[in-house]
Ligand binder design. Structure first.
Ligand SMILES: [Zn+2]
Length: 78
């Protein structure tokens, strides 16, 4: 098997992640809560297992996570 990261990434988007990793839909559903826990100083990884792994492997969700964190610092504006 040849290593083709771009192909694996494309397939991953189609088939969803394997193993304990969660998908983008779940990630987006849980991301608000995850960031809330993080901002509050709780163990977000223990509360929502798999989300960190997804963020590590998914640039789109990682960006979303970072902007939510930035917003989280601003308080309950929404
Ligand atoms: Zn994602």
């Amino acid at each position: 098997m040849t290593q083709r990261p771009e192909l694996r990434q494309a397939l991953g988007r189609l088939l969803g992640p394997r193993g304990p990793e969660i998908g983008c839909d779940q990630c987006f559903e849980q991301l608000d809560r995850y960031v809330e826990l993080e901002v509050a100083g709780h163990d977000a990884d223990a509360a929502i297992p798999g989300l960190r792994a997804h963020l590590d492997g998914c640039p789109a969700c990682r960006e979303e996570h970072e902007s939510l964190r930035a917003l989280g610092g601003l308080g309950q504006a929404l």
